[in-house]
Design a protein around this ligand. Structure first.
Ligand code: 6PG
Length: 246
């Protein structure tokens, strides 16, 4: 199935998160119906927090027991650190829903050795998806955000992680943030059944235009998310989409 790209523009941030929650639940119900489980990789940063809260508030009766959460990337901090993507998702969603603890696969980012934490997480992916050597995990849904310079997950411009083709998860140094990150690689992102970008706010309008309308050389990291056998969905609010038509 060739990959398809759809761009959905919702009027307000509230409409955006409502639409994203509905898409999450629609996908989840169809994945659970088809294969008995829903494997999701969560994104970090600030944008998805509202989606996670809405899922907890409006979908308490969703089949969380059949849902398995991973993280597309993580900051190299302990799970109780304010910068932790796990902490954000835990407070907004995971702590509020009835999901077995073993269904939540977080990065052990408290490990002082980021590369070791990435390897451990890669092994956890291989075990969960029962991968044969060289096989890639197929998430039902990978949620993604967009950084101001075009990064997604923790795949930043000029990062050696961009060209990683054999690893599933790597540690990467982000010089401008003076920190390490642990991130899925493009082979994992592009194996997803659906990759969904969730982008909100006027401050993202320029980069959204560059990514969706521009032709950067080399391509911006977010432009390299092209599922080889799945759907690419961009969910934007009007403020983030404001420069698309110009
Ligand atoms: C992270 C994210 C990152 C994020 C973008 C957008 O850990 O920070 O995974 O890729 O999605 O930086 O962040 P905002 O939603 O905060 O703008």
């Amino acid at each position: 199935m060739p990959s398809t790209r759809t761009i959905e523009v919702l009027a307000t941030p509230a409409d955006l998160f409502r639409g994203a929650a509905e898409e999450f639940v629609r996908l989840g119900r169809s994945a659970i119906g088809a294969q008995g489980r829903f494997a999701v990789a969560l994104s970090g940063g600030s944008t998805p927090t509202n989606l996670y809260s809405l899922l907890a508030e409006n979908y308490a009766d969703f089949a969380w027991a059949r849902t398995f959460f991973f993280f597309g990337d993580e900051r190299h901090v302990p799970p109780d650190h304010p910068d932790s993507n796990y902490r954000m998702a835990h407070e907004a969603l995971l702590a509020k829903i009835s999901i077995p603890a073993e269904n939540v696969h977080r990065v052990r980012a408290e490990n002082p050795d980021a590369a070791a934490a990435a390897l451990e997480y890669e092994d956890e992916l291989r075990r969960f998806f029962e991968l044969a050597p060289g096989e890639l995990p197929r998430f039902d849904l990978i949620l993604l955000g967009l950084g101001s310079e075009g990064h997604t997950a923790s795949l930043f411009p000029d990062s050696p992680a961009l060209d990683q083709q054999s690893r599933l998860v790597v540690a990467t140094r982000v010089a401008k943030l003076n920190t390490d990150r642990i991130t899925f690689t493009f082979p994992v992102l592009n194996r997803a059944a659906e990759a969904m970008f969730l982008v909100s706010g006027a401050e993202k309008a320029d980069i959204v235009r560059q990514v969706l309308r521009g032709a950067s050389t080399p391509p911006l990291p977010a432009q390299r998310v092209v599922p080889d056998d799945g759907k690419l969905v961009w969910m934007l609010d009007e403020a983030a989409a404001a420069r698309l038509s110009r």
